[in-house]
Design a binder for this molecule. Structure first.
Ligand SMILES: NC(=O)c1ccc[n+]([C@@H]2O[C@H](COP(=O)([O-])OP(=O)(O)OC[C@H]3O[C@@H](n4cnc5c(N)ncnc54)[C@H](O)[C@@H]3O)[C@@H](O)[C@H]2O)c1
Length: 324
């Protein structure tokens, strides 16, 4: 069992990963500045409120807590915001990561799991997407993640880091029994937005219904946050056992359209999901579905909560407890 620093552990995916890391017997310290996370997501005693850009403080936390590895979630994640203020994304996501990697070197920690994204592929040439497809982000958020990925590859090559970059597709769902779920502010993700529409009666917007997909709406690969958390545990344990690093997609391999999500929500909640039709959003590819065979074959990971209704049911339970 290892001691692991989790950056961004007060956020959505980080908090679920902390929960499952502790359940598997690992010790965890969370480093989060709470800019977009919630203190209540972190168990008593393990939160260190620190900005990623405070290199000295991060280095002393890593040393004092004798951390053996880092799982790095902390970042800004809103694509729309990144197009309005790209500099914010480079300062926080790239600048923050540079500082963290410097702190890791100062503290002699060289094992790293990094949250990357399907946005790295932009408009993919082929679907399902394999890791060898061109890296071609189409918004500043995606660019900021790709820059960090490249930095990590070079640290692996020249600085003795051992790193795994996980490229997630659409994280969703919740772990209601742990009191954890998705609550971004502002929320931009489909499932919590549709559930909010059900709870408030205010319609959600469906952006584009004339795509070249079976029902005209965009198709995405929805990966349950708890399956995603498990991928991080497999990844960090693989590195701690001396395994090789690299980039891995994390998805289910199955795509669901926006309309299918609306239907699943109506089935699970037994209520109407009000929506209005809007125009296509710039830079929204019709279909994004992961090929995650590499992850499954190398790290022995498998999605076990992939059923869309199961995902929606978990998110619904959380939304009912925590309100719209
Ligand atoms: N949510 C998704 O569907 C998705 C998909 C692909 C990739 N990702 C990646 O996963 C990671 C986590 O996403 P999430 O949905 O949990 O986001 P989130 O906003 O819920 O969590 C991010 C956390 O990082 C913290 N943070 C941000 N900047 C910081 C800084 N400078 N110093 C310290 N803490 C800081 C925030 O306070 C927050 O708690 C991100 O790196 C994101 O790029 C998310």
């Amino acid at each position: 069992m290892a001691k692991i620093l989790v950056t961004g552990g007060a956020g959505y995916i980080g908090s679920h990963t902390v929960y499952f890391l502790r359940k598997s017997g690992h010790s965890v310290i969370v480093a989060d500045n709470l800019s977009r996370g919630d203190r209540a997501n972190v168990p008593e005693g393990i939160l260190r409120v620190v900005d990623l850009r405070d290199t000295a403080k991060l280095a002393s936390i890593l040393r004092e807590e004798q951390c053996e590895a880092v799982i790095h979630f902390a970042a800004y994640i809103a694509v729309g915001e990144s197009t309005k203020a790209p500099e914010l994304y480079f300062a926080n996501n790239v600048g923050g990561s540079t500082s963290l990697f410097e702190a890791m070197q100062q503290a002699g920690v060289n094992k790293l799991v990094f949250s990357s994204t399907a946005a790295a592929y932009g408009n993919p040439q082929r679907v399902p997407i394999t890791e060898d497809q061109p890296i071609a982000p189409i918004n500043p958020y995606g660019d900021s993640k790709v820059m960090v990925e490249r930095m990590i590859e070079l640290l692996d090559q020249y600085r003795g880091f051992h790193s795994i970059r996980l490229r997630y597709f659409n994280a969703c769902g919740a772990e209601p029994e742990a009191g954890l779920g998705e609550r971004h502010d502002p929320e931009t993700h489909l499932i919590p937005l549709v559930l909010r529409a059900v709870l408030t009666g205010k319609p959600v917007t469906v952006f584009g219904e004339d795509y070249d997909t079976p029902d005209g709406t965009c198709v995405r690969d929805y990966i349950h946050v708890s399956d995603l958390a498990q991928a991080h545990i497999n990844a960090v344990e693989h590195l701690l056992n001396g395994g090789a690093g690299g980039a891995f997609n994390v998805g289910t391999g199955v795509g669901h359209s926006v309309r299918e999500v609306l239907s699943a929500v109506e089935k699970v909640t037994g209520r109407k999901a009000p929506y209005i039709s809007g125009p296509r959003r710039e830079g929204d590819p019709p279909r994004l579905v992961a090929d995650s065979q590499k992850l499954q074959n190398t790290l022995g990971w498998k999605p076990v909560r992939a059923d869309l209704e199961r995902i929606v049911a978990d998110a619904w339970e959380f939304a009912q407890r925590h309100g719209a």
